[in-house]
Design a protein around this ligand. Structure first.
Ligand code: AMP
Length: 174
């Protein structure tokens, strides 16, 4: 299932941070951009799947959308899990082709670490590095509103660092 959101306006509210591992928002005056800036640039497409589906269906969706992970959402559009290409590879390594017909519940990671739209990009990058995963659902008021990947985060950080560098050079050259 594919959801689109409007991320062009400042409609985001920092999530209260309920749920394990939630990156809740700006903290301690941290510098750098926010996750909502990434979503504004890339759009609000979120590819989701529900638990009744098979691993084969996950593979088909990952291939057809050319993405690395799907959010497993409930009927209220709340993220209850995440299933990535890594889960498929590990599952095939363990079970072989039998895995294709199994339900995704057998390979998904339940209760994924999520972030709020106001979370700082560098915080999310740290969470991804610490947790050794490359995807993070973005949640507002408990509901999915985006999905970001390590590629999005690295791209954003590079732009920020380039900008900071240019400002510094301009300041030094007077
Ligand atoms: P990835 O690097 O995103 O392909 O995922 C590597 C492993 O981490 C897989 O087992 C995923 O199910 C899991 N994973 C991916 N994203 C998250 C997340 N946001 N929170 C928790 N686990 C995740």
């Amino acid at each position: 299932m594919l959801f689109s959101g409007d991320f062009s306006a400042a409609v985001y509210q920092s999530d209260s941070g309920s749920g394990s591992g939630q990156v809740s928002g700006a903290s301690g005056g941290a510098s750098g951009g926010a996750v909502k800036d990434i979503l504004a640039d890339k759009g609000g497409e979120i590819h989701t799947i529900t638990t009744g589906h098979t691993v084969q269906e996950v593979i088909d969706m990952l291939n057809s959308f050319k993405i690395g992970a799907l959010v497993v959402a409930d009927d209220s559009n709340r993220p209850i899990g995440i299933v990535s290409e890594r889960d498929v590879v590990v599952g095939i390594g363990q079970k072989g082709p039998e895995l294709f017909a199994e339900k995704i519940d057998t390979i998904m990671t339940a209760n994924p670490v999520c972030c709020a739209p106001d979370a700082r990009v560098h915080e999310v990058m740290q969470k991804m590095t610490d947790g050794r995963f490359r995807h993070m659902p973005v949640v507002s008021d408990g509901k999915l509103c985006g999905m970001i990947s390590i590629g999005d985060v690295v791209r954003k950080r590079l732009l920020e660092l380039e900008y900071e560098n240019e400002q510094m050079m301009a300041y030094m050259s007077g």
